[in-house]
Ligand binder design. Structure first.
Ligand code: SAM
Length: 446
């Protein structure tokens, strides 16, 4: 919309822009087109737009063939948008984006996030939508210039800080251009900038304990002018050695350490521990016949290498509201690394029964111990990797503490989201889980 149209429309629908909702509307149509171009939209994309306002970006995203979910807090603007577009590919939701359940987006195909964000809540919004695990394949935001500079900052710059590191841990951030205040009506007090964020390949950075990483970063930047050793000495006993190993000056301040050096520091304090059973002698599994009768025992590599029939357990953990906990398998797994899987899963070892193995895996992987009920069995086949699987279910309310040497991430999802996710992106899942989930659904509906 042109400037005059915006003013007339706002008058017509009785809206006088509210500062606390960051209501500054984009009137430069060339710029709006350029912004939407940066999202490289296709008809395969599902766009989530935060704060569509009068639809400056919405209209252009629809023109690219994408489906659009527009989250608008102001009821008058949400109603106006519905009337203005009445489009089969547009869903307008009159909602606060801060209350939106991001996990539901896993059931969409390729999700792209877009918005000229309300300034006063831009940081909480970003963190809510981009925190790991996030379903976004790309995010494009207009933000206050100062926040955009912090997000995209490089080490040893004024803008580099805790927010930079928190976002850059999982996303590559590009500062695309500065946007002058004059392109908005009413004109905001400060300039803006457009940033584009794309998720990093998980293997780009070393494994680490994210909670510890953020704790160190926050402490390190709590007093920017102080030398880091004064703030972190209690956590890193041999500071000089750590600095030499990671290649930074022992007198460095927080802003001088790169993302990789911060990760290195977290790993100096809490090195990743590999479970004993993986470091010790190779595990032995029972090799079974087509009736699941034990024939003999063989080492893991032989069982997998020769495709021999063997035994496995999968457990589905549900919370009070019927959501299921899924884990993203560790990058270290020799089979199906970084794919989503049952709450806990693993092999039955020599000398162990199915029930015992299920309890052990649950304890080792999620640190929980709850009664398990056997639900069904799945026969060995090519689809299960020649595993006979016994599937269990259990109940747990709270946040499991996944063992990070086995699990990259985990979260509860509604069964409806899981079904939609499998349909939209089957490649995200380990095949054993898909077999179990399908059998579980059939049994439930039988
Ligand atoms: N996208 C439009 C444009 O570029 O012209 C409007 C952008 S304006 C900067 C921000 C929009 O976000 C406003 O429409 C405002 O009502 C909406 N908004 C503010 N807080 C919101 C929230 N918590 N959830 C959803 N929308 C919000």
């Amino acid at each position: 919309m042109k400037l005059s149209e915006i003013s007339a429309t706002l008058r017509e629908i009785g809206v006088s822009p509210v500062k606390t909702l960051g209501q500054n509307f984009l009137h430069d149509q060339n710029l709006a087109r350029w912004i939407v171009e940066q999202a490289e939209l296709t008809p395969r994309d599902y766009v989530v737009e935060i704060g569509p306002g009068l639809g400056a970006l919405t209209e252009l995203a629809l023109a690219k063939g994408a489906r659009v979910l527009a989250l608008e807090k102001d009821t008058r603007l949400a109603n106006f948008l519905c009337d203005r577009f009445r489009h089969p590919r547009l869903e307008v939701r009159n909602a606060d984006a801060l209350d939106f359940d991001v996990r539901t987006l896993f059931s969409q195909g390729r999700v792209k996030l877009m918005g000229n964000l309300p300034y006063n809540i831009s940081s909480p919004l970003l963190l809510k939508f981009l925190d790991y695990p996030s379903p976004m394949s790309l995010s494009l935001f207009t933000l206050q210039k100062e926040v955009a500079s912090r997000l995209s900052a490089l080490p040893s710059s004024r803008d580099y800080g805790a927010l930079t590191l928190r976002v850059q841990l999982y996303h590559r951030v590009e500062y695309l251009r500065t946007i002058p205040a004059t392109v908005f009506v009413p004109r905001p007090d400060v300039d803006s900038a457009l940033v584009r964020m794309s998720p990093r390949d998980p293997l780009e950075l070393p494994e680490r304990d994210d909670a510890l990483f953020m704790k160190l970063v926050r402490r390190g930047f709590s007093q920017r002018r102080k030398q880091l050793q004064k703030l972190l000495r209690a956590h890193v006993p041999d500071w000089e050695r750590a600095a030499a190993k990671l290649g930074f000056d022992p007198k460095a301040r927080a802003e001088e350490l790169s993302l990789n050096q911060w990760i290195g520091l977290a790993n100096e304090i809490a090195p990743l521990t590999v479970p004993e059973r993986r470091t010790g002698q190779e595990e032995r599994f029972p090799v079974v016949d087509e009736m699941d009768r034990i024939l003999r025992y063989a080492y893991r590599s032989k069982v997998h290498g020769d495709n021999l029939r063997h035994r496995a357990v999968h457990t589905l953990i549900f919370n009070d509201i019927g959501e299921i906990y899924l884990q993203k398998r560790s990058r270290r797994k020799d089979r199906h690394p970084l794919l989503w899987d049952s709450s806990a899963a693993g092999h039955v070892c020599a000398g162990e029964g199915y029930d015992e193995a299920a309890q052990r895996e649950l304890q080792e992987e999620l640190g929980i111990n709850v009664p398990l009920e056997k639900v069904l069995t799945v026969s060995a086949s090519i689809r299960t990797g020649q595993e006979f699987i016994w599937l269990y279910r259990g109940h747990f309310q709270g946040n499991p503490r996944p063992n990070r040497s086995e699990i990259e991430a985990g979260a509860f999802f509604t069964p409806a989201v899981v079904n939609g996710w499998i349909a939209a992106r089957p490649g995200d899942f380990a095949p054993g889980f898909m077999e179990c989930w399908e059998a579980y659904r059939q049994k439930k509906h039988a």
